[in-house]
Design a protein around this ligand. Structure first.
Ligand code: ATP
Ligand code: MG
Length: 385
Protein backbone atom coordinates (compact mmCIF):
# COMPACT_ATOMS: atom_id res chain seq x y z
CA UNK A 1 0.00 0.00 0.00
CA UNK A 2 1.34 3.37 -0.97
CA UNK A 3 -0.79 6.25 -2.02
CA UNK A 4 -0.50 10.00 -2.40
CA UNK A 5 -2.51 12.11 0.04
CA UNK A 6 -2.93 15.83 0.65
CA UNK A 7 -3.28 16.93 4.24
CA UNK A 8 -5.21 20.17 4.80
CA UNK A 9 -5.03 21.95 8.16
CA UNK A 10 -7.47 24.69 8.97
CA UNK A 11 -7.06 27.78 11.06
CA UNK A 12 -9.06 29.85 13.53
CA UNK A 13 -12.08 27.66 13.14
CA UNK A 14 -11.28 25.88 16.38
CA UNK A 15 -11.70 29.18 18.20
CA UNK A 16 -15.40 29.17 17.51
CA UNK A 17 -16.49 27.02 20.45
CA UNK A 18 -19.95 25.69 19.97
CA UNK A 19 -20.11 26.72 16.32
CA UNK A 20 -17.18 24.50 15.52
CA UNK A 21 -19.21 21.77 13.86
CA UNK A 22 -20.91 24.28 11.61
CA UNK A 23 -17.66 25.96 10.60
CA UNK A 24 -16.06 22.62 9.84
CA UNK A 25 -18.99 21.57 7.70
CA UNK A 26 -18.93 24.81 5.69
CA UNK A 27 -15.18 24.44 5.23
CA UNK A 28 -15.62 20.87 4.05
CA UNK A 29 -18.28 21.95 1.53
CA UNK A 30 -15.97 24.68 0.26
CA UNK A 31 -13.11 22.23 -0.19
CA UNK A 32 -15.45 19.94 -2.11
CA UNK A 33 -16.61 22.85 -4.27
CA UNK A 34 -13.02 23.82 -5.07
CA UNK A 35 -12.39 20.29 -6.36
CA UNK A 36 -15.63 19.95 -8.30
CA UNK A 37 -15.00 17.97 -11.47
CA UNK A 38 -11.76 16.42 -10.18
CA UNK A 39 -11.81 12.85 -8.89
CA UNK A 40 -11.01 12.78 -5.16
CA UNK A 41 -12.27 11.84 -1.71
CA UNK A 42 -12.04 13.98 1.39
CA UNK A 43 -12.08 12.44 4.86
CA UNK A 44 -12.00 14.25 8.13
CA UNK A 45 -10.20 12.39 10.88
CA UNK A 46 -9.53 14.49 13.98
CA UNK A 47 -8.52 18.07 13.35
CA UNK A 48 -7.52 17.87 9.69
CA UNK A 49 -8.81 17.00 6.27
CA UNK A 50 -7.26 14.26 4.17
CA UNK A 51 -7.68 14.27 0.40
CA UNK A 52 -7.22 10.82 -1.17
CA UNK A 53 -7.99 8.82 -4.28
CA UNK A 54 -7.01 11.54 -6.71
CA UNK A 55 -5.00 11.40 -9.88
CA UNK A 56 -1.38 11.91 -8.72
CA UNK A 57 -0.62 13.81 -11.92
CA UNK A 58 -3.06 16.51 -10.86
CA UNK A 59 -1.52 16.98 -7.41
CA UNK A 60 -0.17 20.45 -8.10
CA UNK A 61 -3.46 21.69 -9.50
CA UNK A 62 -5.36 20.29 -6.52
CA UNK A 63 -2.97 21.85 -4.01
CA UNK A 64 -3.35 25.21 -5.72
CA UNK A 65 -7.13 25.03 -5.59
CA UNK A 66 -7.25 23.89 -1.96
CA UNK A 67 -4.71 26.53 -0.94
CA UNK A 68 -7.12 29.21 -2.12
CA UNK A 69 -10.01 28.03 0.03
CA UNK A 70 -10.32 30.43 2.96
CA UNK A 71 -9.86 28.58 6.22
CA UNK A 72 -6.92 26.58 4.85
CA UNK A 73 -3.98 27.24 7.14
CA UNK A 74 -1.40 24.87 5.65
CA UNK A 75 -1.24 21.86 3.33
CA UNK A 76 1.18 19.03 2.79
CA UNK A 77 1.52 16.51 0.03
CA UNK A 78 2.39 13.19 1.59
CA UNK A 79 2.28 9.46 1.12
CA UNK A 80 0.06 7.02 2.94
CA UNK A 81 1.99 3.87 3.93
CA UNK A 82 1.42 0.94 6.28
CA UNK A 83 2.14 1.93 9.87
CA UNK A 84 5.27 -0.19 10.23
CA UNK A 85 8.81 0.96 10.63
CA UNK A 86 10.14 -0.56 7.40
CA UNK A 87 7.48 1.01 5.22
CA UNK A 88 7.82 4.36 6.96
CA UNK A 89 11.56 4.38 6.65
CA UNK A 90 11.48 3.46 2.96
CA UNK A 91 9.31 6.50 2.30
CA UNK A 92 11.41 8.78 4.52
CA UNK A 93 14.46 7.70 2.61
CA UNK A 94 12.75 8.60 -0.64
CA UNK A 95 11.83 12.14 0.40
CA UNK A 96 14.85 13.00 2.58
CA UNK A 97 17.26 15.66 1.31
CA UNK A 98 20.66 14.50 0.14
CA UNK A 99 22.58 16.80 2.48
CA UNK A 100 22.07 19.47 5.14
CA UNK A 101 20.31 19.43 8.47
CA UNK A 102 17.05 17.67 9.32
CA UNK A 103 14.87 16.39 12.09
CA UNK A 104 12.15 13.77 12.26
CA UNK A 105 8.87 14.77 13.86
CA UNK A 106 6.28 12.17 14.74
CA UNK A 107 2.65 12.64 15.64
CA UNK A 108 1.06 9.50 17.02
CA UNK A 109 -2.72 9.28 17.00
CA UNK A 110 -2.46 5.49 17.48
CA UNK A 111 -1.04 5.00 20.94
CA UNK A 112 -0.66 1.24 20.28
CA UNK A 113 2.20 1.77 17.89
CA UNK A 114 5.19 -0.08 19.40
CA UNK A 115 7.42 2.99 19.65
CA UNK A 116 6.41 6.33 21.13
CA UNK A 117 7.06 9.54 19.19
CA UNK A 118 10.47 10.25 20.66
CA UNK A 119 11.60 6.68 20.08
CA UNK A 120 10.37 6.65 16.49
CA UNK A 121 12.09 9.99 15.76
CA UNK A 122 15.35 8.53 17.08
CA UNK A 123 14.95 5.22 15.23
CA UNK A 124 14.16 6.77 11.85
CA UNK A 125 16.69 9.59 12.27
CA UNK A 126 19.38 7.06 13.23
CA UNK A 127 18.69 4.87 10.21
CA UNK A 128 18.78 7.89 7.92
CA UNK A 129 22.17 9.03 9.26
CA UNK A 130 23.51 5.54 8.75
CA UNK A 131 22.41 5.56 5.11
CA UNK A 132 23.59 9.06 4.39
CA UNK A 133 26.52 10.51 6.35
CA UNK A 134 26.07 13.87 4.52
CA UNK A 135 23.04 14.56 6.68
CA UNK A 136 23.10 16.10 10.14
CA UNK A 137 20.44 16.28 12.83
CA UNK A 138 19.46 19.72 14.08
CA UNK A 139 16.40 19.69 16.31
CA UNK A 140 16.27 23.49 16.79
CA UNK A 141 16.50 24.92 13.29
CA UNK A 142 16.64 22.09 10.75
CA UNK A 143 16.67 22.90 7.04
CA UNK A 144 14.18 20.08 6.55
CA UNK A 145 11.54 18.48 8.78
CA UNK A 146 10.47 14.95 7.95
CA UNK A 147 7.00 14.33 9.32
CA UNK A 148 5.43 11.03 10.32
CA UNK A 149 1.79 10.93 11.29
CA UNK A 150 0.70 7.55 12.71
CA UNK A 151 -3.06 7.13 12.23
CA UNK A 152 -5.41 4.84 14.15
CA UNK A 153 -6.24 2.49 11.26
CA UNK A 154 -2.83 0.91 10.69
CA UNK A 155 -1.68 3.58 8.26
CA UNK A 156 0.78 6.42 8.50
CA UNK A 157 1.27 9.64 6.54
CA UNK A 158 4.80 10.63 5.68
CA UNK A 159 5.50 14.11 4.31
CA UNK A 160 8.05 16.85 4.17
CA UNK A 161 6.96 20.31 3.09
CA UNK A 162 4.31 22.44 4.71
CA UNK A 163 2.71 24.82 2.20
CA UNK A 164 0.97 27.99 3.37
CA UNK A 165 -2.73 28.33 2.50
CA UNK A 166 -4.87 31.46 2.19
CA UNK A 167 -5.87 31.48 5.88
CA UNK A 168 -9.00 33.24 7.11
CA UNK A 169 -12.48 31.86 7.73
CA UNK A 170 -14.61 29.65 5.47
CA UNK A 171 -16.69 31.68 3.03
CA UNK A 172 -20.34 31.44 4.05
CA UNK A 173 -19.82 31.73 7.79
CA UNK A 174 -20.07 35.53 7.95
CA UNK A 175 -23.10 36.57 5.92
CA UNK A 176 -23.14 38.15 2.49
CA UNK A 177 -21.89 41.47 1.10
CA UNK A 178 -22.35 43.45 -2.13
CA UNK A 179 -18.93 44.41 -3.51
CA UNK A 180 -18.66 47.44 -5.78
CA UNK A 181 -16.24 45.96 -8.29
CA UNK A 182 -14.55 48.41 -10.64
CA UNK A 183 -11.81 47.46 -13.05
CA UNK A 184 -9.19 49.03 -10.77
CA UNK A 185 -6.62 47.63 -8.39
CA UNK A 186 -8.39 48.28 -5.11
CA UNK A 187 -11.86 46.81 -5.23
CA UNK A 188 -10.79 43.21 -6.05
CA UNK A 189 -8.42 43.36 -3.08
CA UNK A 190 -11.21 44.73 -0.88
CA UNK A 191 -13.41 41.81 -1.96
CA UNK A 192 -10.65 39.35 -1.20
CA UNK A 193 -10.13 40.74 2.29
CA UNK A 194 -13.81 40.60 3.18
CA UNK A 195 -14.28 37.13 1.71
CA UNK A 196 -11.29 36.02 3.73
CA UNK A 197 -13.23 36.85 6.87
CA UNK A 198 -15.88 34.38 5.76
CA UNK A 199 -18.26 36.66 3.89
CA UNK A 200 -19.97 35.45 0.75
CA UNK A 201 -19.87 38.07 -2.03
CA UNK A 202 -21.99 39.33 -4.84
CA UNK A 203 -20.49 42.02 -7.07
CA UNK A 204 -21.93 44.96 -8.91
CA UNK A 205 -20.10 46.72 -11.72
CA UNK A 206 -21.12 50.00 -13.33
CA UNK A 207 -20.16 50.84 -16.88
CA UNK A 208 -20.76 53.65 -19.35
CA UNK A 209 -21.02 51.77 -22.61
CA UNK A 210 -20.59 53.04 -25.37
CA UNK A 211 -18.23 55.61 -23.81
CA UNK A 212 -16.36 52.66 -22.36
CA UNK A 213 -15.62 49.61 -24.49
CA UNK A 214 -16.24 45.88 -24.29
CA UNK A 215 -12.67 45.26 -23.20
CA UNK A 216 -13.35 47.16 -19.99
CA UNK A 217 -16.30 44.87 -19.40
CA UNK A 218 -14.26 41.72 -20.10
CA UNK A 219 -11.60 42.93 -17.70
CA UNK A 220 -14.14 43.11 -14.88
CA UNK A 221 -15.46 39.67 -15.76
CA UNK A 222 -11.88 38.37 -15.55
CA UNK A 223 -11.46 39.96 -12.12
CA UNK A 224 -14.72 38.39 -10.95
CA UNK A 225 -13.49 35.03 -12.23
CA UNK A 226 -10.26 35.33 -10.22
CA UNK A 227 -12.15 36.32 -7.08
CA UNK A 228 -14.55 33.43 -7.61
CA UNK A 229 -11.67 30.99 -7.16
CA UNK A 230 -11.37 32.18 -3.57
CA UNK A 231 -15.06 32.52 -2.84
CA UNK A 232 -16.34 29.29 -4.37
CA UNK A 233 -18.31 31.04 -7.07
CA UNK A 234 -19.59 34.56 -7.48
CA UNK A 235 -22.48 36.49 -8.96
CA UNK A 236 -21.72 39.67 -10.91
CA UNK A 237 -24.39 42.25 -11.65
CA UNK A 238 -23.61 44.65 -14.46
CA UNK A 239 -25.40 47.98 -14.60
CA UNK A 240 -25.17 50.82 -17.10
CA UNK A 241 -24.82 54.31 -15.64
CA UNK A 242 -24.41 56.01 -19.01
CA UNK A 243 -27.67 57.89 -18.87
CA UNK A 244 -27.08 58.85 -15.23
CA UNK A 245 -23.69 60.32 -16.13
CA UNK A 246 -25.15 62.18 -19.09
CA UNK A 247 -27.85 63.66 -16.90
CA UNK A 248 -25.40 64.73 -14.18
CA UNK A 249 -23.16 66.21 -16.88
CA UNK A 250 -26.05 68.18 -18.32
CA UNK A 251 -27.73 69.38 -15.13
CA UNK A 252 -25.24 69.55 -12.25
CA UNK A 253 -21.99 71.38 -11.49
CA UNK A 254 -19.10 69.69 -13.27
CA UNK A 255 -16.95 69.33 -10.14
CA UNK A 256 -19.64 67.25 -8.44
CA UNK A 257 -19.72 64.52 -11.09
CA UNK A 258 -17.78 61.93 -9.10
CA UNK A 259 -19.66 62.45 -5.86
CA UNK A 260 -23.07 62.43 -7.51
CA UNK A 261 -22.25 59.33 -9.53
CA UNK A 262 -21.04 57.59 -6.36
CA UNK A 263 -24.39 58.33 -4.72
CA UNK A 264 -26.17 56.61 -7.57
CA UNK A 265 -23.83 53.63 -7.32
CA UNK A 266 -24.56 53.38 -3.62
CA UNK A 267 -28.32 53.57 -4.10
CA UNK A 268 -28.26 50.89 -6.77
CA UNK A 269 -25.95 48.70 -4.67
CA UNK A 270 -28.22 49.03 -1.63
CA UNK A 271 -31.30 48.10 -3.60
CA UNK A 272 -29.52 45.12 -5.17
CA UNK A 273 -28.41 44.05 -1.70
CA UNK A 274 -31.94 44.12 -0.39
CA UNK A 275 -33.07 42.03 -3.36
CA UNK A 276 -30.32 39.43 -3.06
CA UNK A 277 -30.00 39.15 0.70
CA UNK A 278 -26.65 40.94 0.97
CA UNK A 279 -26.26 42.62 4.36
CA UNK A 280 -23.68 45.29 3.62
CA UNK A 281 -21.92 47.17 0.82
CA UNK A 282 -18.17 46.70 0.31
CA UNK A 283 -15.92 49.18 -1.51
CA UNK A 284 -12.22 49.53 -2.28
CA UNK A 285 -11.98 53.05 -0.90
CA UNK A 286 -8.86 54.05 1.02
CA UNK A 287 -8.82 57.24 3.06
CA UNK A 288 -7.35 60.21 1.20
CA UNK A 289 -6.25 58.20 -1.84
CA UNK A 290 -8.07 60.43 -4.32
CA UNK A 291 -10.42 63.40 -4.16
CA UNK A 292 -13.55 61.28 -3.78
CA UNK A 293 -12.08 59.29 -0.92
CA UNK A 294 -11.71 62.05 1.64
CA UNK A 295 -13.88 61.68 4.72
CA UNK A 296 -16.17 64.35 3.24
CA UNK A 297 -16.38 62.34 0.00
CA UNK A 298 -17.26 59.18 1.90
CA UNK A 299 -19.85 61.05 3.94
CA UNK A 300 -21.49 62.48 0.82
CA UNK A 301 -21.63 59.17 -1.04
CA UNK A 302 -22.43 57.01 1.98
CA UNK A 303 -25.29 59.24 3.09
CA UNK A 304 -27.78 57.70 0.66
CA UNK A 305 -27.38 54.20 2.15
CA UNK A 306 -29.93 53.90 4.93
CA UNK A 307 -30.37 50.24 5.78
CA UNK A 308 -26.93 48.66 5.97
CA UNK A 309 -23.28 49.41 6.75
CA UNK A 310 -20.65 50.21 4.11
CA UNK A 311 -17.48 48.21 4.74
CA UNK A 312 -14.20 49.64 3.46
CA UNK A 313 -11.57 47.04 4.28
CA UNK A 314 -8.75 49.05 2.67
CA UNK A 315 -9.48 52.32 4.45
CA UNK A 316 -6.13 52.35 6.27
CA UNK A 317 -3.97 50.79 3.56
CA UNK A 318 -1.30 52.55 1.50
CA UNK A 319 -1.48 52.11 -2.27
CA UNK A 320 1.81 50.18 -2.18
CA UNK A 321 0.34 47.73 0.33
CA UNK A 322 -2.76 47.28 -1.82
CA UNK A 323 -0.64 46.66 -4.92
CA UNK A 324 1.44 44.05 -3.08
CA UNK A 325 -1.75 42.25 -2.06
CA UNK A 326 -3.16 42.48 -5.59
CA UNK A 327 -0.03 40.80 -6.92
CA UNK A 328 -0.22 38.12 -4.27
CA UNK A 329 -3.83 37.20 -5.03
CA UNK A 330 -3.35 37.38 -8.80
CA UNK A 331 -5.58 40.33 -9.73
CA UNK A 332 -2.89 42.96 -10.39
CA UNK A 333 -2.02 42.11 -14.01
CA UNK A 334 -5.68 42.26 -14.99
CA UNK A 335 -6.39 45.43 -12.99
CA UNK A 336 -3.64 47.43 -14.70
CA UNK A 337 -4.90 46.73 -18.23
CA UNK A 338 -5.58 50.18 -19.67
CA UNK A 339 -9.35 50.00 -20.21
CA UNK A 340 -11.38 52.69 -18.50
CA UNK A 341 -14.41 52.00 -16.35
CA UNK A 342 -17.14 54.59 -16.15
CA UNK A 343 -15.57 57.08 -13.80
CA UNK A 344 -13.03 58.47 -16.24
CA UNK A 345 -15.73 59.42 -18.71
CA UNK A 346 -16.96 62.99 -18.05
CA UNK A 347 -14.25 63.29 -15.41
CA UNK A 348 -14.01 66.90 -14.19
CA UNK A 349 -10.65 68.64 -14.33
CA UNK A 350 -11.05 69.75 -10.72
CA UNK A 351 -13.26 67.43 -8.70
CA UNK A 352 -14.43 68.67 -5.32
CA UNK A 353 -12.01 67.42 -2.71
CA UNK A 354 -14.30 68.10 0.22
CA UNK A 355 -17.84 67.87 -1.15
CA UNK A 356 -20.35 69.24 1.36
CA UNK A 357 -23.28 66.93 1.82
CA UNK A 358 -25.93 69.68 1.81
CA UNK A 359 -24.57 71.23 -1.40
CA UNK A 360 -24.36 67.86 -3.12
CA UNK A 361 -27.90 66.96 -2.08
CA UNK A 362 -29.11 70.34 -3.34
CA UNK A 363 -27.42 69.90 -6.73
CA UNK A 364 -28.98 66.48 -7.03
CA UNK A 365 -32.49 67.96 -6.94
CA UNK A 366 -32.03 68.85 -10.60
CA UNK A 367 -32.20 65.11 -11.36
CA UNK A 368 -34.99 62.55 -11.46
CA UNK A 369 -33.15 60.30 -9.03
CA UNK A 370 -35.81 57.59 -8.68
CA UNK A 371 -36.47 57.45 -12.40
CA UNK A 372 -32.78 57.10 -13.21
CA UNK A 373 -32.30 54.33 -10.65
CA UNK A 374 -35.36 52.55 -11.99
CA UNK A 375 -34.05 52.79 -15.53
CA UNK A 376 -30.61 51.47 -14.51
CA UNK A 377 -32.31 48.45 -12.94
CA UNK A 378 -34.31 47.76 -16.06
CA UNK A 379 -31.08 47.08 -17.97
CA UNK A 380 -29.44 44.97 -15.25
CA UNK A 381 -27.51 41.89 -16.36
CA UNK A 382 -26.47 39.11 -14.01
CA UNK A 383 -23.60 36.70 -14.63
CA UNK A 384 -22.34 33.84 -12.50
CA UNK A 385 -18.81 32.55 -12.21
P1 ATP B 1 -10.47 50.81 -7.65
O1 ATP B 1 -9.03 50.54 -7.85
O2 ATP B 1 -11.18 49.77 -6.85
O3 ATP B 1 -11.17 51.19 -8.93
P2 ATP B 1 -9.98 53.55 -7.11
O4 ATP B 1 -8.82 53.87 -6.27
O5 ATP B 1 -9.86 53.69 -8.58
O6 ATP B 1 -10.50 52.08 -6.73
P3 ATP B 1 -12.37 55.09 -7.16
O7 ATP B 1 -12.41 55.05 -8.63
O8 ATP B 1 -12.50 56.38 -6.46
O9 ATP B 1 -11.11 54.43 -6.53
O10 ATP B 1 -13.52 54.14 -6.61
C1 ATP B 1 -13.68 53.89 -5.24
C2 ATP B 1 -14.50 52.63 -5.07
O11 ATP B 1 -15.79 52.79 -5.68
C3 ATP B 1 -13.89 51.44 -5.78
O12 ATP B 1 -12.91 50.79 -5.00
C4 ATP B 1 -15.09 50.57 -6.03
O13 ATP B 1 -15.44 49.83 -4.86
C5 ATP B 1 -16.17 51.59 -6.32
N1 ATP B 1 -16.26 51.83 -7.78
C6 ATP B 1 -15.68 52.79 -8.51
N2 ATP B 1 -15.98 52.67 -9.81
C7 ATP B 1 -16.79 51.60 -9.93
C8 ATP B 1 -17.44 50.94 -11.02
N3 ATP B 1 -17.32 51.37 -12.26
N4 ATP B 1 -18.20 49.85 -10.75
C9 ATP B 1 -18.32 49.40 -9.48
N5 ATP B 1 -17.74 49.97 -8.44
C10 ATP B 1 -16.97 51.06 -8.64
MG1 MG C 1 -11.34 53.11 -9.98
Amino acid sequence: MQEKVIIVRYCEIHLKGKNRGYFEQVFMNNLEKALAGIRHEIRRPSGRYIVENFDAERTEEIVEKLGKVFGTHTLSVGTKVAADIEAIFAEILRIAPSSGTFKVETNRADKHFPLNSVELNAEIGGRLLEKNPELKVDVRAPACVLHIDIRENGTAFVFRDVIKGAGGMPVGTAGKGMLLLSGGIDSPVAGYMIAKRGMRLECVHFHSYPYTNMQAREKVEDLARILAEYTGGLTLHVVSVTHIQEEIHKKCPEEMMVTLLRRFMMRIAERLSLQTGAQCIVTGESLGQVASQTIEGMTSSGDVVKTMPILRPLVGFDKTEIIAKAREIGTYETSVLPYEDCCTVFLPKHPLIKPKLDKVAAAERALDVDGLVEEAFAGLETLTF
